[in-house]
Structure formats: structure tokens, C-alpha cells
Design a protein around this ligand. Structure first.
Ligand SMILES: [Zn+2]
Ligand SMILES: [Zn+2]
Length: 99
């Protein structure tokens, strides 16, 4: 058995590196979001603990895509499209896959 202490910090699967261009050290804390109808696939998404932007981790390919201005975003690695919904303060309240 070999141990690599450098990887300990990345063992937590609920945290992924923030994909925002100017955010070098932020982690996105992922949570599971289910569609309102209860039948849509679970979406893993969350907010960066550094810059506060929201991102989604694609269930198909694992790519992490940043949301901007509430627009639907196509995954950087496949054809999946995700949408987040904002409340009046601009905070993400839910995430879902739309295509
Ligand atoms: Zn960030
Ligand atoms: Zn994808």
C-alpha cells in the first residue's frame, strides 16, 4: 500500500474544484437536487466557497460547468444542458437538467 498525502484533501467526492476562470482555490460543494416532479434525474450542483458562483457536475461525463446569469448551460464535455433557478437575491435555489 502506498499513501500519497497530497491527495487527502481531494478525497471528498462532494467537493470539486471551481471552474471559474479567476477562481483558483475555490471548491464547489456539491449537493443533490431533484426535479420538482420527482422524476427528473438527480443533479449534483452547488456554490463555490470562494467566489460564490454556482456550478453543476455532469452526471454523464463528470465535467464541471459554471453557471452565468441564470442562463441554461451546456456541459463542456457532452450534450447535456443544465439550468439553475435563482431567487430574487440571485442565489441559486435549485438545479435541474433540461436536455
Ligand atoms: Zn469559485
Ligand atoms: Zn457532460
Amino acid at each position: 500500500m502506498t499513501e500519497d498525502p497530497d491527495y487527502d484533501a481531494f478525497d471528498d467526492p462532494t467537493r470539486v474544484a471551481c471552474p471559474a476562470n479567476n477562481c483558483e482555490h475555490g471548491d464547489v460543494r456539491l449537493s443533490e437536487y431533484r426535479g420538482e416532479d420527482g422524476e427528473s434525474p438527480v443533479v449534483l450542483a452547488g456554490d463555490c466557497d470562494s467566489c460564490g458562483f454556482s456550478s453543476v457536475q455532469c452526471q454523464e461525463c463528470g465535467d464541471v460547468t459554471l453557471f452565468i446569469d441564470g442562463d441554461p448551460r451546456q456541459c463542456g464535455g457532452c450534450d447535456a444542458v443544465y439550468q439553475h433557478e435563482l431567487d430574487r437575491k440571485g442565489l441559486s435555489v435549485s438545479f435541474r437538467r433540461v436536455s
